[in-house]
Design a protein around this ligand. Sequence first.
Ligand code: AMP
Ligand code: MG
Length: 417
Amino acid sequence: MTKAPPLKNDCFALPPGVHWTPVDDALELLRGRLHPVVTQETVDLDAAAGRILAQDIAALRDHPPLPNTAVDGYGFDGGLDAGEHALPLVQGRAAAGLRFNGAVPKGAAIRILTGAALPKGVTTVVLQEDVVVDGDTVHLRGPVKAGANTRKAGEDMLAGQTILTAGRKLTPADVGMLATVGLHDVPVFTPLRVAILSTGDELLHPGQTAQPGQIFDANRPMLSAMVRAWGYDVVDMGIQPDDPASIRAALDQAALTADVILTSGGASAGDEDHMSAVLNETGSMALWRIAIKPGRPLALGVWNGAPVFGLPGNPVAAFVCTAIFARPAMALLSGQGFETGQGIMVPAGFAKRKKAGRREYLRARLVDGCAQVFASEGSGRISGLSWADGLVELPDGALDITPGTPVRYLPFSALGL
Ligand code: AMP
Ligand code: MG
């Protein structure tokens, strides 16, 4: 088992003089600076769905392994011309798992059932619905094409052929395909371990008694649910007060047990922004002032070798930054490729005049094929996130949107959420 090399401390450094980073540049930086940090293990096929393939997989045998019939019917050699045909039936039958070991003479037919290997002397099968059997004779009407209703050996997959490549997150269909070619031990990456930490003196656990001025920690449960939806393991680091020593201790602990750390709150450059201050002490911190709405302050750093995403405290901004930046970054760390989610262009069901400068993400829903957006863009309005089925992504430049203007819609399903 080889451990991946650690990330460099300066892996998030921005070129000098850069103040506002466009979203695409930020994504390119992440793509270029990060690499897989997980190790390999082998799991049983039954436990493989949702795991990430660590090696290319070649088929262990041809599928189908032998030429066989796709239907229940009668088999014979070659095609038949137009007109009536009467074929003598040989004794016995061929069924799936029950090979017929004799040979079928030219001009004769045999009873054959779906999945049965074609006996010697059979290349063509006619559907049982298309024949009349009278004693030992099969009557049918031609023409019948040679090879009809049969499957060739290896027509689906050939032994030795690469059928899945490393980095693939295994789907239920993949599991079926791997089983088909006889694979049972599957090489996968260990799940990425993601530490999640909320910071803020005002935060309480849901269920605690709140004083006025206190709020419940929404980010940690939400981010944990996102991380689990992506198939990673959550390391819960709880809530830390706005206190550098507590934050340092929590990051120390997180870096010991996790591959990547997500924090929320205190990520800007204000007096109470202790997360960015603490990350700054490492010399690894880069406060990425990303040209994005909502959520511009994104503090990135490396703490004892673990990359840290210092997300904004605002829950909507934390969600968007996690979905847009942390998701592809974690995919890369976890052994998958860097993948930002496929959007679709749909007509806007709203009007908006967008200024140039920042890429904007609006909470949205598809209604009759058009994107509707949440009534308020207030980034504290988490109810709009829950209302939404996805995000509308508006480009960095200015845009005057009227109903019908094509906009990019990113369904939550395309973000794995
Ligand atoms: P901050 O980024 O720490 O300045 O926080 C920005 C806003 O988000 C403030 O209104 C915070 O109270 C709020 N906030 C920070 N962390 C959380 C959290 N974990 N859950 C809910 N709201 C939060
Ligand atoms: Mg705060």
